[in-house]
Design a protein around this ligand. Structure first.
Ligand code: AMP
Ligand code: GLY
Length: 419
């Protein structure tokens, strides 16, 4: 079987690595891929959002299945376009990917189907938004409706900050059209946990839980990033909480999408807040999370191709997910200055020494191969990942592996897993 994976980050490297273990695959391609992915797959120079080029390539290379991993091509309808051309594609169609692409849509769905989430209002008029803020307790959360590279969420501590966030989104168009409509919602307190789930639109199977670290610096200081590290499983996500989530969140969400004529097939990401009033949804994503995927897929025992096929053919209920019993941790090595501005093109040393260690995998996020040398090529550069018999040994091993790697201005958090 020939499989093409769309995307170029640590998540895609983790997916490619998992697929490369499948005996069912004869060749792997990745568009556009990165320096690490190129060791396992043929990287094709096509942008992840170039639907026409992906369809044309899949036809000419007779690709059997395309795995669309990132949010933008899903929201643009890449899966629909591939299917229309008779090519099997893994991921939600455009009509279902809207669960991530529009926060207003997802909030309305949760309200209508009584799925627990923060209370909220939606605004398309700045004056009304500002009037509403006068009635709200601080902190309050302001969200751009559309996709904004994970940066369209502002937690405002003061009324002034909240007004400024609304102005930036609605009047100054900081996130372009994504901020024309905004959601203002209640601030929820609690532990934040990620649960990814496989679903074929009917059956929904949660994967093992994980937690990520979004802020740039230790103790959750600094700006929000794409994610500075992750670990799995979450200590806080007990079997009892999972039962509640299945009953009140996972199954109702999948049923709601089906009822609305938007069956969701692929991986659904539940961002959950474990509050004193029970688990509530922070956000949905329509795909595998990053860096969470880097700590989850190494623990999955099943052949991922079997799961993908079962989902596409709507027979996920025939599969039983199997997991390793240990834990996994991932430390993201970032370029100095990330997430604001940073240099690229620095030589990365020591990856092979880290990978010589047992149970260590180095996933590439922003790297490129230049004349046989791996150089930095993005904000998040590597995801140094280790498995262990429990969380503390996985975390300790991942940090030992980090010690072996260096590049100019390398930055990483020292407290991954401490929550
Ligand atoms: P989102 O893009 O919706 O996941 O938001 C980014 C981050 O902002 C989340 O991972 C949370 O840490 C935080 N966040 C979003 N909404 C809320 C909320 N209602 N209460 C508390 N924190 C939130
Ligand atoms: N780790 C957060 C995300 O993938 O959106």
């Amino acid at each position: 079987m020939k499989i093409l994976v769309i995307g170029s980050g640590g998540r895609e490297h983790a997916i490619i690595r998992k697929l490369s273990e499948s005996k069912r695959i004869s060749h792997l391609y990745c568009a556009p891929g990165n320096g690490g992915i190129s060791k396992l797959a043929t990287c094709v120079n096509i942008k992840a959002t170039d639907i026409e080029a992906v369809v044309a390539f899949s036809k000419s290379e007779k690709i059997d299945m395309v795995f669309v991993a990132p949010d933008d091509p899903l929201a643009l309808g890449m899966v629909d376009a591939l299917e229309a051309n008779g090519i099997k594609a893994f991921g939600p169609r455009k009509s279902a990917a809207v669960l991530e692409a529009s926060k207003a849509f997802s909030k309305q769905l949760m309200k209508e189907y009584h799925i627990p989430t923060a209370s909220y209002e939606i605004f398309e008029n700045i004056d009304e938004a500002i009037l509403y803020l006068d009635t709200q307790k601080m902190p309050v959360v302001i969200k751009a409706d559309g996709l904004a590279l994970g940066k369209g969420v502002i937690i405002a501590e003061t009324h002034e900050e909240a007004v400024k966030a609304c102005q930036e989104m609605m009047s100054e168009h900081k996130f372009g059209d994504s901020g024309k409509k905004i959601v203002i919602e209640e601030f929820m307190k609690g532990k934040e946990v990620t649960v990814l789930a496989f679903t074929d639109g009917k059956t929904v199977y949660p994967m093992i839980s994980s937690q990520d670290h979004k802020r740039a610096y230790d103790n959750d200081e600094g700006l929000n990033t794409g994610g500075m590290g992750a670990f799995s499983p979450s200590r806080a996500y007990t079997d009892k909480i999972n039962e509640i989530c299945e009953r009140e969140i996972f199954i109702p969400t999948i049923k709601a999408m089906e009822k609305m004529g938007r069956p969701f097939k692929g991986v659904i990401y539940f961002g959950l807040m474990l509050t004193d009033d029970g688990p509530k949804v922070v956000e949905y994503n329509a795909r595998f999370g990053d860096p969470e995927t880097q700590v989850i897929l190494p623990l999955l025992k099943n052949d991922l191709v079997d799961i993908m096929e079962a989902i596409i053919e709507e027979r996920l209920d025939e599969i039983t997910l199997e997991w390793e019993t240990g834990a996994c941790a991932c430390i993201v090595l970032a370029s100095g200055g990330y997430p604001v501005s940073y240099e690229k093109g620095y030589e990365i040393k020591g990856i092979e020494h880290a990978e010589e260690m047992d149970d260590v995998i180095v996933f590439h996020a922003g790297t490129k191969e230049e004349h046989g040398i791996i150089v930095t090529n993005g904000g998040r550069v590597l995801g140094v990942t280790a498995k262990g018999k429990d969380l503390s040994s996985a975390i300790a091993r991942a940090y030992q592996a980090v010690e072996k790697i260096s590049f100019k201005d390398m930055h990483y958090r020292k407290d991954i897993g401490n929550k």
